[in-house]
Write a protein that binds this ligand. Sequence first.
Ligand code: UFG
Length: 315
Amino acid sequence: MKLLVTGGAGYIGSVVAAQLLEAGHEVVVLDDCSTGHADAVPAGAPLVRATLREAAGDVLSEGFDGVLHFAAKSLVGESVEKPGLYWDKNLGESLALLDAMRAHHTPRIVFSSTAATYGEPERTPILETDPTRPTNPYGASKLAIDTTLAEYARLYGIGGVSLRYFNVAGAYGAYGERHTVETHLIPNVLAVPLGRRESVSIFGTDYPTADGTCVRDYIHVVDLAVAHLLALDACAPGEHEIFNLGSGSGYSVREVIDVCREVTGEPIPAAESPRRPGDPAVLIASSAKITDRLGWKPERDLRAMVADAWEFIRS
Ligand code: UFG
């Protein structure tokens, strides 16, 4: 297929673009490189360096079989400070993309949604049918895009799949996580043995969990990429489907730090710190729907995620 990858200069977008190329697809990347890196775009995928509003129409007018849509603002804290930015960049730019798809008859889209659409869950593991009550503008803007995709599918016949990621980690060779502002746990922990930080902060040790720290469902970015390829084939005209992507099991912050200590062989000092506002105690996905419908299953465990991230971060 001829595919447009928006946000293909970012962490997840670049890994998926590389895997699409390896699977034999033709890939064009559209990214304004505001948070991504031009040198992260895989060789073989031309980069159009522009926003979706500026260029989605022109690019799609060449004729594409589908879009994988990763381009977004994705910092929860920033979204609370600047909600307008998140509505504009996430929902507004996505509308421009969808209207360009309509205008140029692009038949399918796989969208990078998030567990943040659910907010604080009433129960775990979270099912796709559970209530969506986002607790920040980031999650709210992604939920609004999921809703818009359902409408565009119903009204205009586009085939859409929203993949709701839980905590993505790991790397794929030369493609990995390189955020200028790094908030994620695993890269922050690995920054310690690299000498970039003195210790890692544990945000909250009084949660109602076994060891008092937050529990999250980690998924390897390569398993995530595999799900995107399956989702692309599953897009049915006029239909919109939502699938969670996680492993169905969780690790606490302390357990993640311990795995990082094992993989790196370094002591990695940790400092107990107050809770980070807005963090739910436990987030675990049920991925039963995508397993049943598309045959997807995660194959790489937390140790593989940390080992691959460690390899990437040191290179
Ligand atoms: N944490 C620390 N120390 C750090 C960084 C994080 O203790 O230096 C803790 C957090 O408080 C949280 C856990 O580690 O309990 C995981 O935090 P991350 O920032 O790695 O990931 P989040 O669970 O906050 O966020 C992820 C995605 C978001 C998405 C969210 C949905 O990064 O984009 O899942 O649940 F919105």
